[in-house]
Design a protein around this ligand. Sequence first.
Ligand code: SIN
Length: 359
Amino acid sequence: MHQPTRRLMLALCASMVLTGAHAQSVAPAPLPRVIILATGGTIAGTGASSTTTVGYTAATVGVQSLIKAVPELAKVAQVSGEQVFQIASENMSNEHWLTLAKRVNVLLARADVDGIVITHGTDTLEETAYFLDLVVKSRKPVVLVGAMRPSTALSADGPINLYNSVLLAASPEAVGKGVLVAMNDQIQAARDITKTNTSTLDAFRTPELGMLGYIQGSKPFFYRQSTRKHTVDTEFDIAGLNALPMVEIVYGYANVGPVAVDAFVAAGAKGIIHAGVGDGSLAAKVLPALKAARQKGAIVVRASRVGQGILARNGEANDDELDFVAADTLNPQKARILLMLALTRTSNSKDIQRMFYTY
Ligand code: SIN
């Protein structure tokens, strides 16, 4: 049938159903069910006055108050909240991550849960997001959100960020995209996002690789997607884990010596992330300590403190000969997460290098 004619007939039929003697009321589809897991941070913070945007107290407002402060949430999802922790995110630990990830996996396995939002301090938000990206076993949306200003501040960003994150977690477009971050009207991928400013609202960025999209007019708009494997496509399973292997970060700088590497190894570190200068260069005074660490069984990953670019394997050091691993584009704090999880599967450096090029 000719398309305009068909459309007209459908419209006529619809109007007959709506206005005729046998009109039936069609119940609107129920809104998606989104659970907000609150962990603290500035989004739940309070300051002494409305102009206090630094020097406030993080993690004081409970999840029910966060939800109550944004009545618009009820228009986009059936929302409920759970207070998982109430901490400033500098205190986030491996144990917190395991508890959180297990709760996310339990909730997402339920047929009546469509998505999860996690409110979080911004200081380590990128780390929690990447950890979850590697261990959540569901394609349903998981969205992390924080705020740069406390809830009591003039133009606090928490309420709009929370609204956008619930909207995103409830949206079919977010399914299968891995763990996402919704801040400042932008959608970003857990693997690549990083905090780039101590205080401004646009602190969260994905340097060079770019964000995934925007949230505008109560709609998510996606433009790109990460090619790295995540969530259901990873080989990591935290179900039976109560702890993660000890992996520490050593920073590179002028005049650096071996003390930190030696101390971490003596304390039992199973892995060292070297956040080197430039393309992960190793200072002459540090190299022997890293070699000794490797000989004692610790995995050494060369990362860079620069913040952008690929760490070239066999570039500034002969990784093949040293049996070291290159961090690819992961920043040191994310390389630590991947190495911890890798060590739950293997201690083979070549297999671990494969993981760094996969996730
Ligand atoms: C925190 O990370 O918990 C404090 C800082 C913030 O949320 O912006």
